[in-house]
Design a protein around this ligand. Structure first.
Ligand code: R5P
Length: 281
């Protein structure tokens, strides 16, 4: 039985339809002090908890769903974390800091037999889990909504860490070249982009990244591409976190289209990763 988190209802429903698993009607309750409680119906032998940890509350809810599924009789719990929060904190950058991705991975491991997570910031975060954990690579699906007639398309990543994602989208699209910019992060919401010497004038460009959070990475990339007279600019990401006024930042920068997946449920989540999760289950 698929057991959805409150932030992953749409994806869980699509996954249930895709796999013919039953979909649990979970009851979510909030106490006056802000604490939450879930009630999970009998899940049968195998519970598949599907919950993106987009907020700290969603992290706690995921742990509750795992525990409730076991309490309700599941012998086996598989945990699907479509978007894994804290995955970007995969090392201690200064002395005294935690490795937050490891801390949350350890907590999630206590309630499950297996973990699947979609395009984590780096695949190595899967090593932090203390049960078998695998990344699901779903970026290629971002090619689905792109029009067939892109002009001399360029698939660009804003830094070298996302080249594999840009390449996956290009491969799925079937034609085009791949390139990347260099990014320096100045603060939580400020980046500097050093463009490559790729000729973008008159070409349609898809900028591909794992996450759009504040939109500053994509905003700066779009500004460079506009300066260099790219024809059309689309930005595509696996995890459309889109915090604060990120969507406005992208619009003001002059993007033509924003494409994301349903690992995080936002108005731009036009692409479903359910088929990729179904294959991995
Ligand atoms: C960082 O390395 C990630 O790959 C993304 O580039 C980053 O999370 C995007 O953040 P923002 O939208 O705040 O620039």
């Amino acid at each position: 039985m698929i057991v959805p988190g409150s932030a992953s209802q749409e994806l869980a429903a699509t996954l249930a339809a895709e796999t013919d698993h039953a979909l649990a009607a979970v009851d979510f309750h909030r106490f006056p002090d802000g604490e939450t409680k879930v009630t999970v119906p009998e899940p049968g032998d195998h519970a598949v908890v599907v919950a993106s940890t987009v907020t700290d509350r969603a992290h706690v809810e995921l742990l509750q769903l795992q525990d409730a599924a076991r309490e309700a009789g599941a012998d086996r719990v598989t945990t699907v974390v479509p978007y894994m929060g804290y995955a970007r904190q995969d090392k201690a950058f200064e002395s005294g800091e935690p490795i937050s991705a490891r801390a949350v991975a350890r907590a999630i491991s206590t309630g499950t037999d297996r973990v699947l997570t979609v395009d984590p910031h780096v695949d190595a975060v899967c090593d932090f889990f203390e049960v078998p954990a695998e990344p699901i690579h779903a970026a290629g699906r971002l090619a689905e909504p792109l029009p067939d007639d892109l002009a001399d398309p360029l698939f660009l990543s804003p830094d070298d860490g996302a080249i594999d994602l840009a390449t996956a989208v290009r491969d799925a699209y079937g034609r085009g070249t791949v390139d990347y910019f260099e990014k320096t992060r100045l603060s939580g919401d400020e980046v500097e982009i050093e463009p490559s010497d790729a000729d973008v004038a008159g070409r349609d460009v898809a900028v591909v990244d794992d996450i759009i959070a504040t939109g500053s990475t994509m905003g700066e990339s779009i500004a460079v591409l506009r300066d260099r007279e790219a024809a059309g600019i689309c930005v595509a990401c696996v995890h459309p976190l889109l915090v604060g006024n990120a969507r406005t930042t992208l619009a003001r920068a002059g993007v033509d289209r924003v494409v994301g997946t349903d690992t995080i449920e936002r108005p731009v989540s036009d692409v479903s990763v359910a088929p990729a999760i179904a294959d991995a289950l």
